[in-house]
Design a protein around this ligand. Structure first.
Ligand code: MLT
Length: 264
């Protein structure tokens, strides 16, 4: 694990392997550990870069709201600090996907390919925005317990919940241990995120969209619509996986990623 000092916080980042760089960006409220199956599989032939975003994992926490643009700017600085000059394959899940749209808008020259797993391009509805505001208050006043309790049924697909209770419990604990202020700042940033659907047709790099069949946060139909709006996109559905498809079905997800990267 390397430590990178940004202006106002320290970022922890995995930087392993050699070859074309792949930047893996975790979802909310997780950290680099959600990409462990991809880290193991890809670091033998690629340079694998996996940060803990600000507010998450072992990175520093900043108060207030952390916007998707702020996360994207952090990623750009992380790549500069790591002296990554060639374009990267950016692979983000859910919130890591929301950040991907901002990263593609701000730093198109940084990208050789884009992979978005279990995510959306539409902004929040008014109801969801309100729920996030309540959740930020709850996190600040009472910690992670109630927010994690409400999120858990949606994080994993029904197959994983029935067949891999150990994985579900491990990640429940990871979410409970997340920093409440970091989570609150991320929630408020997601609530404010822009509508990316108007920008999809401008993304010119090859794109792979991956969606778990049982994902109820980012349903496959919505991911297919994203793919239809992008000029160079393909969609792969992962059977019997939910919102955390890269952890639930790593063989299938890694296979899809490898086929996509081999074509670049
Ligand atoms: C995530 O996995 O990053 C979250 O489910 C995203 C969200 O809350 O919209």
């Amino acid at each position: 694990m390397k430590k990178i000092q940004l202006d106002d916080c320290t970022i922890n980042v995995i930087d392993e392997g050699e070859g074309k760089p792949i930047l893996f960006v975790h979802g909310f409220p997780l950290d680099h550990r959600m990409w462990r199956e991809q880290r193991t599989s890809f670091s033998s032939n690629y340079r694998v870069i996996i940060p803990d975003l600000r507010g998450f994992g072992k990175s520093g926490v900043t108060e207030g709201t952390v916007s998707m643009a702020q996360f994207a700017d952090d990623l750009n600085k992380i790549l500069t600090e790591l002296k990554v000059y060639e374009p990267v394959v950016y692979c983000g899940l859910s919130m890591g996907g929301y950040i991907a749209w901002e990263f593609a808008r701000r730093y198109p020259e940084r990208l050789s390919g884009l992979i978005v797993c279990d995510s959306k391009a539409l902004p929040d509805s008014d109801d969801t925005r309100q729920t996030r505001q309540h959740s930020a208050t709850e996190l600040r006043e009472n910690g992670t317990d109630n927010v994690v309790f409400a999120m858990m049924p949606k994080m994993f697909g029904m197959t994983t919940r029935a067949e891999n209770k150990k994985l579900v419990e491990e990640f429940r604990q990871m979410m409970l241990d997340a920093n409440p202020e970091g989570m609150a700042a991320g929630q408020l940033g997601m609530a404010d995120r822009a509508d990316a659907t108007t920008f999809l047709s401008d993304i010119n790099v090859p794109t792979l969209l991956i969606g778990g069949e049982e994902d109820i946060i980012s349903p496959v139909l919505e991911m297919q619509e994203i793919s239809n709006k992008m000029p160079h996109a393909q969609f792969v559905e992962i059977p019997k996986a939910g919102h955390l498809a890269p952890l639930e079905k790593p063989v299938e997800v890694n296979d899809a990623i490898r086929k996509f990267i081999d074509q670049l």
